[in-house]
Design a protein around this ligand. Structure first.
Ligand code: HEC
Ligand code: HEC
Ligand code: HEC
Length: 135
């Protein structure tokens, strides 16, 4: 009885470990996402996918488009990492206090290389770069 119980818990534990490991830790692309690629391709890093709706449901438009000075145009801001680290643009929140910090490169730089700056309008279009190939 006890040994069967132990076998069962061992199997259950294994399943839990596999389930945890196989949950993708990346973000998903969705309708309305904005791809920002003014500099990324040239810098040989994957373009940025900015999940607009994800942020819109959390913040007022004014927080970004007025207070933080984001222009209302995909690619309309010349964002670079120096500005972000200095607390401008994405860096106003992605600073390890309001939201996770800049060392999570892959969270932002997640688009397939070569994807032009755009507002993502189709759920059939694949934006995300398969991580295993680009690591
Ligand atoms: C919070 C989001 C975010 C994170 C995290 C982030 N970046 Fe960026 N990064 C951006 C955005 C937005 C741009 C502008 C993209 C463009 O216009 O092509 C950018 C641009 C760049 C550029 C090109 C411009 C420049 O500054 O030279 C490089 C290189 C870069 N990132 C490297 C990195 C590396 C390396 C990391 C991790 C240490 C990182 N980024 C983490 C958002 C992020
Ligand atoms: C967390 C910050 C943030 C919030 C909140 C936010 N936006 Fe944005 N928005 C952005 C960024 C970043 C871009 C892309 C700018 C770039 O590519 O440089 C953008 C782009 C846009 C664009 C241009 C899209 C295009 O067609 O080129 C519009 C329109 C827009 N936002 C409207 C809104 C409205 C309306 C709200 C509120 C309901 C809102 N945004 C809330 C950050 C935000
Ligand atoms: C006004 C604050 C704010 C600004 C500005 C901001 N973010 Fe975020 N962002 C957040 C918060 C809060 C989260 C949620 C963090 C968490 O889940 O721990 C988030 C999450 C994300 C995620 C993960 C979405 C997911 O599905 O989990 C990405 C990708 C991201 N931001 C990219 C960006 C980029 C790129 C920029 C600049 C163009 C930016 N953010 C600007 C506050 C901001």
């Amino acid at each position: 009885m006890t040994s069967r119980f132990h076998t069962f818990t061992a199997i259950l534990f294994t399943i839990m470990v596999i389930a945890t490991v196989s949950i993708p830790s990346t973000v998903k692309a969705e309708y309305g996402d904005i791809v920002i690629n003014n500099f990324s391709d040239d810098a040989q890093i994957r373009p940025v996918i900015f999940p607009h709706w994800f942020h819109r449901i959390r913040y007022r438009c004014k927080a970004c488009h007025s207070d933080l000075g984001f222009q209302l145009k995909a690619g309309g801001n010349k964002i670079d990492m120096l500005k972000i680290i200095n607390g401008e643009y994405c860096g106003a929140c992605h600073n390890g206090q309001i939201a996770w910090s800049v060392e999570n490169c892959d969270m932002c730089h997640s688009a397939k290389p070569g994807t032009p700056t755009q507002v993502h309008k189709s759920t059939k279009q694949i934006l995300l770069s398969p991580l295993e190939k680009t690591k």
